[in-house]
Design a binder for this molecule. Structure first.
Ligand SMILES: Cc1ncccc1N[C@@H](C)c1ccc2c(c1)OCCO2
Length: 115
């Protein structure tokens, strides 16, 4: 029997799914370009082109600091990683292909976890 969903319950379950999804993204073989913030001094043009940088370690920090209100705000930050990647990298490049691979994996997993 499904328990009545209170706001707190949805939030708790939503956050549990965020933790599961983030752990799987961090462990993915194609995650390496996305694990830490892009070093904007080392990557010419990145600061100018990408208005809202995002990476998996920043998402981990925000999750730890309870900065995600629900699954949707978490999904928005993960998609920011992939959108930034598509904007800056050619589809036919190692990082570009990695971004598409990670987005496909993430889309499949969060839809599977939807309650
Ligand atoms: C996701 C992304 N988009 C655009 C540029 C970089 C990156 N990732 C960084 C970590 C990165 C990924 C690969 C690298 C690198 C830095 O510095 C030089 C060697 O290859």
């Amino acid at each position: 029997v499904k328990k009545a969903k209170t706001a707190k319950d949805s939030n708790t379950h939503g956050l549990t799914k965020c933790r599961v999804l983030l752990a799987e993204l961090e462990a993915h073989p194609d995650a390496w370009p996305f694990l830490t913030p892009v070093n904007q001094k080392a990557v010419p043009g990145y600061r100018k082109v990408i208005k809202k940088p995002m990476d998996l370690s920043t998402i981990r920090e925000k999750l730890t600091n309870n900065q995600y209100l629900n699954l949707e705000t978490f999904i928005a930050d993960v998609n920011l990683i992939f959108d930034n990647c598509e904007k800056f990298n050619e589809d036919d490049s190692e990082i570009g292909r990695g971004g598409h691979s990670m987005r496909r994996f993430f889309d499949k997993r969060w839809t599977e976890l939807l309650d």
